[in-house]
Design a protein. Structure first.
Length: 155
């Protein structure tokens, strides 16, 4: 028999070693970068709590005791309205966050495209390249006018 077969086989040793390595890596990253952000639902809950704490800590002499009580009541009602929605639909907020990121990416793409068109038209006018009028050059795309969905104007 070889040494490998003489020792008792622990099938979970590899899994245990991997779990230990993963835990150590997570701890190292947490120490280096701070805690990871939670899900969108958890972040919304933190935001609601932070806003409620900030509003409740504002003590203005203009508001009387009755008005401050009304503000506290409104905060409690808002929190009680938001909490069940977060509890029932935690994935909803993740999807909304992803959709917001997609919209932002689409907006950036449109703006970058528009900026590149602006840059091309000003380079020709600034004397860095041959400057011809659009009417003199029939192949100039600026002479064609709007062409369906290709042209995006964000102004």
């Amino acid at each position: 028999m070889s040494e490998a077969t003489d020792r008792p086989v622990d099938g979970d040793a590899w899994a245990d070693a991997c779990a230990e390595d993963l835990a150590a890596e997570k701890a190292r990253r947490r120490a280096e970068y701070g805690p990871q952000p939670g899900s969108a639902a958890e972040e919304l809950r933190k935001l609601v709590d932070a806003v409620a704490d900030k509003v409740s800590s504002l003590q203005t002499p203009l508001l009387g005791v009755a008005a401050q009580g009304a503000v506290q009541q409104a905060i409690r009602q808002a929190k009680s309205a938001v909490e069940p929605v977060i509890e029932r639909n935690p994935q909803l907020f993740d999807h909304l966050a992803a959709a917001g990121n997609e919209l932002l990416a689409a907006y950036r793409s449109a703006v970058e495209g528009q900026e590149s068109r602006w840059t091309r038209t000003t380079e020709g006018a600034s004397g860095t390249g041959p400057s011809k009028k659009a009417a003199d050059d029939p192949s100039d795309p600026r002479d064609e006018g709007p062409s369906g969905t290709e042209r995006i104007d964000l102004d």
